[in-house]
Ligand binder design. Structure first.
Ligand SMILES: Nc1ncnc2c1ncn2[C@@H]1O[C@H](COP(=O)(O)OP(=O)(O)OP(=O)(O)O)[C@@H](O)[C@H]1O
Ligand SMILES: [Mg+2]
Length: 304
């Protein structure tokens, strides 16, 4: 568990984190979401004791990071994709990290396997692609078998396979009861990896909610059909919904998309499109951060 209690960080005139109070709980994957400059990295650095809060407290299992007895065995972190000596091999980098933190050397091969780098373990890490570097950073984070895992923009540089793999890995860690916190400036990245999301804007907490609430899994379901939608609309009304019929089908709130599909099938309706209304996805996030985007392009700077 990570607890931010009125955590504030100022850099001169800039307030990077502004009175953040939030608890990151074990057993789920939490995404820290916000536009560039929102304070995501600052929040992670405070949790890791890499920076000191100007005011307020940040604790891990109730203890400030600096006071942890076995920091790397309690908190595994990956905050910089290239935080290794470029001339060292992946294995040498992890072995040095293990030795320095009194972690058994056999963990090195375990984590290399876990992140899929066993085959290139002997290669110079400086020659790694961004995706491979991310995997190496993740291996370092997992070396101490930590209860808490903090990752700053870990999806950056991963290909589709890499993202799916990361999703599985984070899911497993959370299912083992660990606390997993990863940051991203893209809702789409967290949509596939996180269960819960903490949204920051200009250092302030904007939202703390299950990702389903943000990405609108409860969004209206849109059905497109070349057939008359009336029978489906009637069936939905019968079970207490209020569909809106239009020329191409219907839209209905507060109902599971699979139920609508099953109903349409039972009624023999040809369905050409069936999905939650996509607009709510980015729109709700953009609404949240609308006033908090720090580096907004001025209209004349936008590419037409
Ligand atoms: N060491 C520092 N010195 C001065 N200002 C800083 C420092 N670190 C961060 N800031 C400022 O604090 C604010 C928050 O920065 P932070 O790096 O935490 O944002 P972020 O959400 O991680 O952004 P990004 O998506 O670009 O990584 C920004 O305005 C940034 O310029
Ligand atoms: Mg950052």
């Amino acid at each position: 568990m990570i607890t931010f209690a009125h955590a504030t960080k100022r850099y001169g005139p800039t307030t990077a984190l502004d009175d953040l109070t939030v608890t990151v709980r074990p057993g789920s994957v939490t995404g820290l979401l916000g536009p560039n400059g929102a304070g995501k990295s600052t929040a992670l650095r405070l949790a890791l004791g890499l920076d000191r809060a100007t005011a307020g407290d940040v604790t891990v299992h109730g203890i400030p990071y600096r006071a942890l007895r076995h920091p790397l065995r309690t908190v595994g972190a990956h905050v910089d994709a290239r935080a290794f000596h470029p001339g060292r091999s992946a294995r040498a980098h992890l072995t040095a990290l293990a030795r320095y933190n009194r972690i058994p050397a056999r963990r090195v091969d375990d984590v290399l396997g876990l992140v899929g780098l066993s085959d290139v373990a002997g290669k110079r890490a400086g020659g790694f692609s961004l995706g491979m570097a991310q995997r190496l950073g993740l291996a370092g984070a997992l070396l101490g078998d930590p209860e808490v895992v903090l990752l700053d923009e870990p999806v950056n540089g991963l290909d589709t396979d890499g993202v799916l793999w990361l999703r599985g890995l984070l899911r497993d860690l959370a299912d083992q009861g660990r606390t997993v916190l990863l940051s991203s400036h893209l809702l789409s990245e967290l949509e596939v990896t996180a269960d819960h999301v903490v949204v920051l804007g200009r250092g302030r907490l904007l939202a703390d909610l299950p990702i389903a609430d943000l990405v609108g899994r409860d969004a209206p379901v849109v059905v497109r059909t070349p057939d008359a939608p009336a029978p489906l609309a009637d069936a939905l009304v019968e079970i207490g919904h209020h569909p809106q019929v239009d020329g191409h089908g219907l839209t209905v709130d507060g109902v599971d998309v699979t139920l609508v599909g099953d109903l349409a099938h039972a009624l023999g309706l040809r369905v050409h499109h069936l999905a939650p209304a996509p607009v709510t996805l980015e729109a709700r996030y953009l609404d949240l951060v609308a006033d908090d985007v720090q580096y907004r392009a001025r209209p004349e700077e936008r590419i037409a």
